[in-house]
Design a protein around this ligand. Sequence first.
Ligand code: PLP
Ligand code: COI
Length: 384
Amino acid sequence: MAGCLRYAARPKFTTYYGCMSPMDSTTPSFSFTPNPAPVSPERRAELMANPGFGRVFTDHMATVSYTEGRGWHDAKVVPYGPLSLDPASSVLHYAQEIFEGLKAYRTPEGSVVMFRPDANARRFRDSAARMAMAELPEELFVGAIEALVRADRDWVPSGEGQSLYLRPFMISNDVFLGVKPASEYLFCVIACPVGAYFGGGCVSVWVSETYTRAAPGGTGAVKCGGNYAASLQAQAESKREGCDQVLFLDSREQRYVEEMGGMNVVFVDGDTLVTPPLGGTILPGITRDTLLMLARARGLKVEERPLPIDEVFEKAASGQFSEAFACGTAAVISPIGKLRRPTGEAVFGDGVTPGALSLSLKDELVGLQTGRGNDANGWVHRIL
Ligand code: PLP
Ligand code: COI
């Protein structure tokens, strides 16, 4: 897809032409209505100097509508602003909502790239299918992001650890209170320049024995907003316990490690990475998948297996599990210093210094994501 969106400049109204691929000849063009009052370059520079995470938004957003019978239509990039929803809109009542998270990076040469957006597009389709929503063609998912990034290219930061976080999401939009899959949907992409999700150093993690995140047959493996709503009490519990994040256990026995509120989790046992398997209750993280591939390419071993929480505490105590980290788009790799539960604490390394393998995997990953690595797998997707 790289380079397949063309930009035809006209003074007031500009059109992004979507990529007409033989697989999906219906991919529409994106019309472009420029924001009449964009953030000034001075204010933008100020905001981008210290953007935090998820508070500063760019000048535009991309939207595409879906209506049963008509399909996907009205693809546009418009000024960022409130959506107008009927109070009976089905998403407000029955939560047919899904989202994705990915990033655009500024390369050392000044171009702009994304990392494995096709994987996010596929996962978005899987999420839609599970939630009985209309499935967005992958070309349109990537095309919408490209159109938005092109419009808001000046918002892609170049500072260390910074990127433009992209948040594609879709809501059902039927005005009807009957419980059924909707016949209208709105797909939207917004973007925000971001720095690190966590501050520096190691994160501390609370193992919740009160709440679980997902049950077999449920929605744990897809990215629907409801999963996150259901995690908030557990996250609040972890804050009360003085921790940064929550780790969930399986819902059947509360015995096996699953994942964190917004990240997968990996433990380091010598030259082996140990992580819970994808079994339908955890999100198949693209960062997780990438790191496991990078680790295998380095000759490290990877064990994707049910991992009892007691084993984690025992092997942390003996020093066999020398490192642990959380991984995800927002978190990248965040080394875990400590896990806490009501009966005690598991400390990795000295509890405050990030482990060497976590750091070197992070370096390799960030190098690839920012276009500085050897992209042997064709993961880097150039936009500009
Ligand atoms: N698990 C959950 C619950 C998440 O929200 C995320 C973030 O997207 C991840 C794992 C990591 O997924 P990815 O690496 O694709 O961002
Ligand atoms: C991401 O890493 O992109 C996520 O979606 C996790 C969190 C910010 C919700």
